[in-house]
Design a binder for this molecule. Structure first.
Ligand SMILES: Cc1cc2nc3c(=O)[nH]c(=O)nc-3n(C[C@H](O)[C@H](O)[C@H](O)COP(=O)(O)O)c2cc1C
Length: 208
């Protein structure tokens, strides 16, 4: 079903997927975003519960509140480093909230009706993990269309949840920026900025 050429391209897709924080201001067509979301929802989910809930954050006021939330959390995070590392941290660009044309908050319904609880009895957190599976699928689908995605987790999740006025039983998972990237790279930005190198496989795989 999958050709050698497709396998090479799939490998390239994985290698060239990036967390993007530098966006052009060009809009993303709403139909394209919906197409990406439909692909994301092909992801696996515990009990087929499909617990992902997507919030398109469109109002400027809410976007501004999220930006202020990020700025405060990022400033606070910087105080946990010292000396040169603190300087280094402050120089990193850790969100593209100002430039990104699409803001998408992602929640998990922690007790979804779909799936009738199958698979969540001993590990209820699988609902959250299912949502992360969908986010990664979205990440790849977006990259395939040339759209960059940046995950912003440097946020106070409760404040973000209040700002977005979603049901209390939803749990905040991610705030995503999407748009056309300024550049593409085979290397993570944090690697290019000498914050962290990619770890070798043999350090991370155990045999028992
Ligand atoms: C759960 C999660 C949270 C993340 N939060 C942030 C964030 O707040 N800001 C940021 O710049 N990148 C964030 N990232 C992106 C990572 O920094 C990035 O995935 C990593 O550096 C590897 O780069 P790559 O995605 O380009 O391969 C997050 C990624 C994940 C999976």
């Amino acid at each position: 079903m999958f050709t050698a050429e497709f396998r090479d391209q799939f490998d390239a897709l994985l290698r060239w997927r990036r967390d993007v924080r530098h966006f052009k201001s060009d809009p993303v067509a709403p139909e394209l975003l919906d197409h990406l979301l439909a692909q994301a929802m092909l992801a696996p989910s515990v009990g087929f519960s499909q617990p992902w809930r997507w919030v398109k954050v469109e109002t400027q006021a809410r976007r501004q509140t999220i930006l202020e939330n990020f700025s405060a959390a990022n400033l606070e995070a910087s105080t946990h480093y010292e000396g040169e590392q603190a300087e280094h941290y402050r120089r990193l660009k850790l969100a593209g909230l100002v430039e990104a044309p699409v803001h998408l908050a992602v929640f998990a319904d922690l007790d979804p009706v779909a799936g009738s609880g199958l698979g969540r009895r001993t590990m209820p957190e699988t609902a959250l993990w299912s949502v992360v599976m969908a986010i990664h699928t979205l990440w790849l689908a977006a990259r395939l269309e040339g759209i960059g995605l940046g995950w912003v987790s440097i946020l106070d999740p409760q404040a973000a949840q209040r700002c977005l006025e979603v049901p209390d039983e939803w749990s905040f998972v991610a705030y995503l920026c999407l748009g056309w990237p300024v550049e593409i790279s085979e290397q993570p930005l944090l690697e290019r900025e000498h914050w962290q190198e990619r770890l070798p496989l043999d350090e991370l795989v155990l045999k028992r």
